[in-house]
Design a protein around this ligand. Structure first.
Ligand code: LUZ
Ligand code: MOS
Length: 750
């Protein structure tokens, strides 16, 4: 089944926030953000701005009726800055005017008097000054101290990964509308409608039931709208609260890039110890995570880094510590992978470092250390249904890794100014929100009298095709054609207390709830049919929109059956709740069973470097991936292709640059290079591994959103391999992104 939105998307008919027909009297907001990274505001000058015709009002923290606090995990973030500012772009005021242009003009006239302090930009600086969001977190397995003595080889090094701009096509935005009795309806481009409702209620000092959040779909999010859609939504709600008129706020691309947080940059010191036969005996890592000015989701991202510190390998002795460093940058936030890619880069760097020193291919260390059934992760969970060896062998058999390597050497021996490189990237990703409490979802299913169906869930459609998957599940359970089914907007009044659409888990959680609701409705319909046809209920089957008695088709159609049930006063509505079974985690001990299952895979990446310019092409990414039993192979392949390209962007070209004053320099697409069609691999081949899968995966179809992002890491190590083939004295520093500039320097360094 194709994505149900694709035709509307292509024709420009899909509705995003900026496409909602605005009500009469709608006003427009623009945010005034701090021009300074760190300092004390002595005076905010808004008088000139207020004089502009068409400016209605300028809101600051003084106008907040509840509390000026939007921190989700730690209460350390204001909606509007009070006396201090902590990053460039931090919201100080909201200008509301008759048009967006007027509001922008007014913004240019606002200025602050400020005592400037020295900002902290780098994590090393934060660590030295002991500026942390929270105490460091450590995961431990075995005893690394004792293990070093048993190691034949010990290597230490440093690995660095940069930030990444989400660059969702649809920028952040919200449209809020007053309702009667002080109720407010908010249309927001958010992954977390409940977060807006909950935090919005706190800021406005009203109960949650007075706020209704509605989400039709998002033009992309990638984690950037898990927590950070909240600010803009609450700002519009605040303006509605005071003005009793609809207010719309859509960030310009430039504002969005300045004001919102990004993927967390990491700087990590690692130490790896191997036995003579290349078994990894011990691994230690001290990760310095650049969290930005407030916690946002950093504590959870910190944790997911730790959960993935050993990637796809069994390491008996591990000590991994993340320092969540507080800096004067916009609060960094969720981004596809949620700290796991950063963690996985480090152990892959450590393995590559060891292999460079030992002068053997990295894959020899990778292969013999792959996780096996029942191996223990550093967090205590035993690895189950581990497919890594089978994946490796499938890749070997189908892609012939040794032949690929020979081709790479042959190419390198016969080319003067081009070099090829190859790398292997195994992945293991834990599925479930690491915060156990968040792993539940609900679905509300109506069958209407005419046989059509409406489904509401907590899932937010953001381009990943979750709505299409919901249609597939209901159509399968009820045996109706997909055209009968409509997926309603995600709405806090219809489905309450939702977890954000995140952690790759949304199709599983909400899909299971849809499945249960449809099962319950099916049971009632079958019972109506049995009574009607005067046979036992277990003889009734629904197939292809018709009622069957065992294998015999009756004349009773889906529509007639639904009508008969309604006429018999049977409820055609069901509301179901699903919560992931058997997961738990003891935070204090750092042990438990946090994931309902793992997704496994392997990518083989080959690149060709132009040794005159330092530019490169990714020739191919060949993947064996554990989809379980994919319920929609085209959609899932699409997730992999997008993720691979996004991962390659992070590893090879996207470079976020702040100056020493904390001002974003890479603040437009002219200065921030993202992958385009030319940087996509010339070919991406995906082999789905046949697996038994897991019952917690919806229809045994495993979560697919985030894990394949990690395949992008392969491009980094393939590039290093190519550079080494040209320049044997290349030092192979693990400093991502490996931009063409760095490649060029590497090709000629001495
Ligand atoms: N969001 C979250 C996530 O709140 N918890 C998680 O564990 C998570 N994992 C991946 C992506 N987003
Ligand atoms: Mo996410 S990084 O699943 O919002």
């Amino acid at each position: 089944m194709k994505n149900i939105d694709s035709i509307n998307h292509v024709q420009g008919k899909s509705i995003f926030i900026d496409d909602i027909t605005v009500n009469h009297g709608t006003l427009y907001g623009v945010v005034f953000g701090s021009p300074f990274a760190y300092g004390k505001i002595t005076k905010l000058n808004i008088e000139d701005a207020l004089k502009i015709e068409g400016v209605i009002r300028i809101f600051t923290y003084h106008d907040i009726p509840g509390v000026n606090q939007i921190g989700a995990i730690i209460q350390d973030e204001t909606l509007f800055a009070e006396s201090e500012v902590h990053y460039v772009g931090q919201p100080i005021a909201l200008i509301v005017a008759e048009t967006e242009k007027i509001a922008q003009k007014a913004r240019d006239l606002i200025y602050v008097d400020l005592d400037e302090y020295d900002p902290i930009i780098e994590v090393s600086d934060a660590k030295e000054k002991q500026q942390f969001i929270m105490p460091p977190r450590t995961f431990k397995l075995g005893d690394t101290k004792a293990a070093w003595n048993n190691c034949e080889h010990i290597f230490e090094g440093k690995a660095t990964t940069g930030g990444q701009e989400h660059l969702y096509l649809e920028t952040q935005g919200s449209y809020a509308i007053p309702q009667e009795n002080g109720n407010i309806k908010i249309f927001s481009s958010t992954q977390g409608p409940t977060a807006i409702q909950k935090i919005g209620a706190k800021v406005l000092g009203i109960p949650m039931n007075k706020i209704e959040v509605d989400v039709v779909r998002l033009g992309g999010a990638f984690g950037g709208k898990e927590e950070q859609a909240t600010l803009w939504a609450i700002m519009t709600a605040l303006a509605v609260y005071h003005l009793h008129l609809p207010v719309k706020l859509i960030l310009s691309r430039n504002d969005d890039m300045f004001m919102t947080g990004k993927r967390h940059p990491y700087e990590t010191q690692f130490k790896i110890g191997l036995s003579g036969d290349l078994k990894i005996l011990a691994f230690e890592a001290d990760y310095l995570q650049n969290a930005g000015a407030s916690a946002d989701l950093s504590p959870a991202i910190t944790e997911r880094t730790l959960f993935h510190s050993t990637n796809s390998y069994f390491v008996p002795n591990v000590k991994a510590t993340v320092y969540t460093c507080k800096t004067n940058l916009p609060p960094n936030t969720a981004f596809r992978g949620f700290g796991a890619p950063q963690g996985i880069f480090v152990i892959e760097a450590a393995i590559n470092h060891a292999s460079n020193k030992l002068n053997i291919p990295a894959r020899e260390i990778q292969k013999i250390n792959l996780l096996k059934e029942n191996d223990e992760f550093p967090y205590g969970q035993a690895a189950k249904d581990v497919e890594l060896t089978r994946i490796w062998n499938t890749a070997q058999n189908n892609f012939n890794i040794s032949k690929l390597e020979k081709e790479v050497s042959a190419f390198n021996n016969s080319n003067e100014l081009k070099r090829r490189g190859i790398s292997l990237t195994p992945i293991t990703f834990g599925i479930s929100f690491t915060n156990t409490m968040m792993n539940h979802a609900r679905a509300l299913v109506h069958i209407y009298q005419d046989g059509s169906i409406g489904i509401s869930t907590g899932a937010v459609e953001m381009g990943q095709s979750v709505n299409t998957k919901m249609v597939q599940i209901a159509a399968k359970v009820l045996s109706v054609v997909p055209e009968r089914i409509k997926i309603e907007s995600t709405n806090t009044t219809r489905v309450a207390n939702t977890s954000p659409t995140a952690a790759s888990s949304t199709a599983d959680l909400n899909g299971k709830a849809v499945q249960q609701a449809c099962d319950a409705l099916l049971k009632r319909l079958k019972s109506t049919a049995a009574a009607n046809l005067k046979v036992k209920e277990d003889m009734i089957h629904l197939r292809d929109e018709a009622v069957f008695i065992d294998n015999e088709k009756t004349s009773l159609t889906w529509e007639q059956l639904v009508w008969k049930a309604f006429a018999n006063r049977v409820s055609l509505t069901e509301n179901c709740h699903y919560s992931t079974p058997k997961i738990y985690f003891n935070k204090a001990k750092g042990k438990g069973h946090p994931f309902s299952y793992h997704v496994y895979g392997l990518a083989i990446t080959t690149v060709t470097v132009d040794c005159i310019s330092g530019s490169h092409e990714v020739d191919s990414v060949k993947i064996v991936h554990d989809f379980g039993k994919s319920m929609n192979q085209e959609i899932d392949n699409g997730q992999i292709e997008g993720a691979v390209v996004q991962g390659i962007g992070w590893m090879t070209m996207e470079e976020i640059v702040f100056d020493e004053k904390g001002r974003l320099q890479s603040n437009a697409l002219s200065t921030y290079k993202i992958p385009d069609i030319y940087s996509a691999p010339n070919s991406i081949e995906i082999i789905p591994l046949e697996t038994e899968s897991n019952d917690e995966a919806i229809l045994k179809s495993k979560a697919v959103g985030e894990p394949p992002f990690i395949y992008g890491i392969g491009s980094f190590f393939a590039l290093q391999d190519a550079i080494r083939a040209f320049n044997p004295s290349y030092k192979s520093e693990f400093d991502a992104p490996l931009t063409p500039e760095k490649v060029l320097l590497g090709l000629y360094e001495e």
